[in-house]
Write a new protein. Sequence first.
Length: 285
Amino acid sequence: DKATDPSIPEENWECIQRFCDQVNADTEGPLLALRLLAHKIQSPQEREALHALTVLETCVNNCGDRFHGEMAKFRFLNELIKVLSPKYYGTWSSEKVKLRVTEVIFSWTVWFPQEVKIRDAYQMLKKQGIVKEDPKLPEDKILPPPSPRPQNSIFDTDEEKSKLLARLLKSSHPEDLQAANHLIQSVVREEQERSAQVSRRVKAISEVSENVKQMDELLENYRRQELSPADQETLQTLFQRCEKLRPLLFRLASEAVADDEVLAEILQASDELTRVLGQYRQAVS
């Protein structure tokens, strides 16, 4: 509250720095900080929102990878998008706040090119015409540090296995070298399985989205009694395909219990599937 106090015209850098220190000290710091900052950025008071954006950018500078990971999730990006979107707060947010939010998201696409969700969010804003052109970033703009070194090895994500592998490879004992070989094969298999899971999930969610969209259109025509026999057959085929996708989504959800964001994405797709299947049964029965 002190760092974003709308009654003070200038930034309170002492409070902002203390806020960053608290974020770094707390295990849940990045998640809680972003939740609080989202609320402040959406404030109807322009100065409070602008102060909150300065705090956000300072955190990006000072709070490291854990903070970057949370800020790059759709959960937080969607809160920023609400400030710009006319469906939410875009109709009453000041132009100054909206410009700053646009600058923030755009600057992240430059400094964090590996964060696909940031780029997707920004491209969506441009596609919908909410952002007309890329903003010109002022020279005195607070920018995050350059993006971290990309991971060159699958062992970079697991420090313990990385250290074990290094120790085994330095050994002159044949059994240690054999153990290193087994470790490499094991990690590669795990990485391949993770990639396969991601691929299955993306494909399934995409298929659900496309099928639900087609069913919605056909059901609308069915209610108006404007559906040809061929389209009725297509609708029935889509219904059967969607029925088969339900157990797949349940299986994907059980694989993703450790990742809240991925689980939320799967459950949202499942909800859409349940909705359209229910509407089909109601309309056709």
